[in-house]
Design a protein around this ligand. Structure first.
Ligand code: MN
Length: 312
């Protein structure tokens, strides 16, 4: 099933647009992955200015293809992320953070901004875990296949295990995240965990996906689009078109729990969400301590709808 991306304006100072594939009416999650935003590439490197806002019940993962973003949060983290690195923030009981992209003047080489932001739902037993932040700058990166003149495909493991390489990223349910780069005109076969469902999101270039067990035969994925595969297949074949191409592979054991996502919060009940909203808007320091950044201010939670929110 192909999920077409839709444009969404973020609540930022500059009205940045992202392409979102998850959540979608027809697909809520892939394993615990429950939110996929693709941004750029754009020369608008000052475009990502997101003031302090809260999260609960999830992890956020920021992955950069190009550019640089500075992250600050309410547990004291200050971290610049560069391409090839992962920022993983575990919200658990509650955290607040802000993000600002850096210009080439501030961070040499950051001429374009090209990023993916992902959310990972926490399972019930971890939903109240203490907030945490980790910066992974040494993720497993390896050659998937060689051709006559060198590597034709490489993988960087963001989370979980892929082809025997394990990322040290802290996760709370069985899942994988892998960035795969395939040289123009090349075809590679990759293994899949048949107990996992998977999504392939095209970040750049052209990729055709084959997985006969899922009925896919050289199916083109549009840029920012996500091809979803139910659990079952144990391999897939990727063929790059005339450009070097980048695809993000997300997978996981079907989550098996209903979740309630509203604004920046994940809970299980209306009460979970209403409480988090109220405590953020009241600036309750025991849950969402304040922190300094260059952006200033904070994004208030909107009004709750006039209906009972239910986990789905
Ligand atoms: Mn956020």
């Amino acid at each position: 099933m192909l999920i077409q991306p839709r444009s969404v304006k973020l609540t930022t100072r500059t009205g940045v647009e992202v392409r979102r594939t998850l959540p979608h009416r027809d697909l809520k999650m892939i394993g615990a992955w429950c939110f996929v935003d693709h941004f750029g590439p754009t020369e608008q490197t000052d475009g990502m200015v997101v003031a302090a806002h809260p999260h609960t019940g999830l992890q956020t993962a920021t992955w950069l293809i190009e550019g640089a973003i500075e992250h600050r949060d309410s547990i004291g983290s200050v971290q610049i992320i560069k391409p090839g690195q992962l920022n993983l923030m575990t919200a658990g009981h509650g955290i607040a953070h802000s993000e600002i992209s850096l210009t080439a003047a501030q961070q040499p080489g950051a001429n374009l901004l090209h990023a993916v932001q992902l959310w990972i739902a926490l399972p019930k037993e971890a939903i109240e875990t203490a907030p945490d932040f980790e910066h992974q700058s040494n993720l497993p990166r390896f050659t998937i296949a060689d051709g006559p003149s060198g590597s034709i495909a490489t993988a960087t493991v963001l989370a979980g295990e892929f082809m025997g390489h394990v990322a040290q990223t802290k996760t709370f349910s069985p899942l994988i995240g892998v960035e795969i780069r395939v040289r123009a005109g090349q075809t590679i076969e990759i293994p899949l965990n048949p107990a996992f469902e998977h999504g392939f999101m095209l970040v750049e270039g052209q990729i055709a996906l084959s997985a006969p067990a899922s009925g896919l035969n050289n199916t083109d994925i549009p840029v920012s689009g996500l091809e979803y595969l139910e659990k079952g297949p144990d391999s897939a074949t990727l063929t790059a078109g005339t450009q070097d191409s980048i695809i993000l592979l997300l997978g996981g054991k079907p989550f098996g729990e209903k979740i309630l996502m509203w604004w920046n919060f994940i809970g299980r009940t209306h009460q979970d969400i209403a409480k988090a909203r109220e405590e953020w808007n009241a600036a309750l320091a025991s849950r969402f301590p304040s922190f300094e950044d260059e952006i200033g201010g904070r994004i208030p939670a909107p009004d709750l709808p006039n209906v009972q929110l239910n986990a789905r």
